[in-house]
Design a binder for this molecule. Structure first.
Ligand SMILES: [Zn+2]
Length: 144
């Protein structure tokens, strides 16, 4: 898990900040000769941390349901070959692209919630020594 470190999102003034850890196992490849061994199909256990902020809770007293966050990310990518998803046809699923894509998946889900929570940071760890932090540009995540 990501217990040992939590890169911080940009400072914000939302009263609620929620973090959700999860992991999923998936295969991918980077179809480029410059990618070396990564050009061959191989697998990772991806560790993901989502940071969600907001002003208001829903009628269950939640900013967003932890299990729904797991469902939309883990439920989509666990035990899949990532390159088969349409979102990775143009740009292959590198760690950076995974982080940005997971951000977009989460934002799409949050847009449907009445209390309007926002995602301000996505961390994707691909290996024990490599991870990416994706943060939307400040304007995108902080206008209310
Ligand atoms: Zn890889």
């Amino acid at each position: 898990m990501l217990q040992q470190f939590y890169p911080q999102p940009f400072p914000h003034s939302y009263p609620f900040e929620l973090n959700k850890d999860m992991n999923f196992s998936a295969a991918h490849y980077i179809p480029n000769e410059k990618a070396g061994k990564c050009a061959f199909t191989h697998g990772h256990t991806y560790f993901v941390n989502l940071t969600i902020v907001g002003n208001e809770l829903d009628d269950m007293g939640m900013l967003v349901n932890f299990s729904d966050l797991k469902k939309i990310v883990h439920g989509k990518y666990d035990h899949q070959l990532l390159n088969h998803f349409p979102e990775f046809k143009e740009v292959p699923p590198s760690t950076e692209v995974m982080a940005q894509t997971i951000y977009e998946v989460v934002v799409q889900y949050l847009k449907g919630l009445a209390n309007q929570p926002r995602c301000v940071q996505v961390i994707v760890r691909e290996t024990p020594t490599s991870y990416v932090v994706y943060r939307p540009k400040v304007k995108e995540s902080f206008q209310s």
